[in-house]
Design a protein around this ligand. Structure first.
Ligand SMILES: N[C@@H](CCC(=O)N[C@@H](CS)C(=O)NCC(=O)O)C(=O)O
Length: 299
């Protein structure tokens, strides 16, 4: 049975990130459809998919069923792919993970509002309101408790779960707005930023040219490179001929490489089938297994 997942702008849509992580981090194949938020295309999608009106928005099969709340997507996937590991083993960890995920979905209104997800910025001088600081403190108390209780590095224990998909955008808010973090929260944020699926999402956000000024605050900011991300491989766009590339087929799609989609990565020229594939690869090459297999073929 096929899945189609409708998503918004990767740098800004925190719920889209959650929905996509529920697939990618659990190795469930999905076709993605990116719909820019605040666009006519988004309005048309809302009309076509009513009563669903938000992203992520999951279509099962050819319109057989639709799921448009991220927790409902998590539970639908749990039901359909019980082996995928969305929730931890054992009643205590599973019950806690579901409770934490539910609290994320229902709460933290202040933290979800003004300090919205923005993977393009890291501000200095952000002063949280009392309500924002209280939400941040509650999140950190929950994280510290869960990490102690189940041993970390993720909230349900050793493996990344649906609960971590729910809190990943909060980890990015803490980075973007420079919230003071206790030691447990620092470790957890680093674990989220190091997760391969999170790295892939962040790379797609880096590669997406669309900037939504409405999410910017009037504060000094740095870019995302100094965030607690694993150091990327040396990579840049490459101008030249497809004949310079080590590969003739895009590592992701298998389609022929294009001259406008070349990059030099870790010292080698590699080709892709479109500039988006090139740019997400340049942003964080090591996050993409198919690309790494191309760069380091088995002996
Ligand atoms: N409760 C929903 C929230 C989804 C949501 O608010 N998505 C935002 C993007 S991050 C959206 O689609 N906004 C468009 C709108 O509300 O018109 C979920 O769990 O998925």
């Amino acid at each position: 049975m096929s899945y189609t997942l409708y998503l918004g702008d990767p740098a800004y849509s925190s719920w889209s990130m959650r929905g996509w992580l529920l697939f990618d981090a659990f190795d469930i194949p999905v076709r993605t459809v990116w719909v820019p938020m605040y666009s006519d295309a988004f309005t048309a999608m809302q009309e076509r998919h009513a009563p669903a009106r938000t992203v992520p928005n999951l279509e099962i099969g050819d319109g057989e069923a639709r799921v448009w709340e991220s927790l409902a997507i998590a539970e639908t996937l749990t039901e359909r792919h019980p082996e995928a590991g969305h929730w931890p083993e054992g009643t205590p960890a599973r019950a806690a993970a579901r409770s934490l995920a539910g609290e994320m979905h229902a709460s933290f209104r202040a933290l979800r509002d003004r300090p919205s997800m923005n993977l393009r910025r890291r501000y200095t001088g952000f002063a949280p309101t009392e309500a924002e600081a209280a939400d941040a403190a509650r999140v950190q108390a929950l994280w510290a408790w869960a990490l102690t209780q189940f041993g970390g590095p993720y909230l349900g224990g050793a493996d990344f779960g649906a609960v971590d998909a729910m809190y990943a955008p909060v980890a990015t808010r803490f980075v973007t707005y420079g919230f003071p973090l206790d030691a447990a929260a620092q470790d957890y944020v680093a674990a989220v930023y190091a997760h391969p699926s999170f790295r892939r999402w962040h790379a797609m956000a880096d590669a997406d040219p669309r900037v939504l000024d409405r999410y910017d605050l009037d504060l000094p900011s740095a870019g995302p490179t100094g965030a607690p991300r694993p150091a990327p491989l040396a990579a840049e766009r490459y101008t030249g001929s497809v004949a310079d590339a080590a590969n003739a087929a895009c590592p992701y799609s298998g389609k022929p490489v294009r001259e406008d989609s070349l990059a030099r990565i870790d010292g080698r020229v590699v080709g892709f089938c479109n500039p988006g594939c090139r740019d997400k690869s340049v942003a964080d090459a090591a996050a993409w297994p198919a690309l790494m297999a191309l760069l380091t073929p088995e002996a």
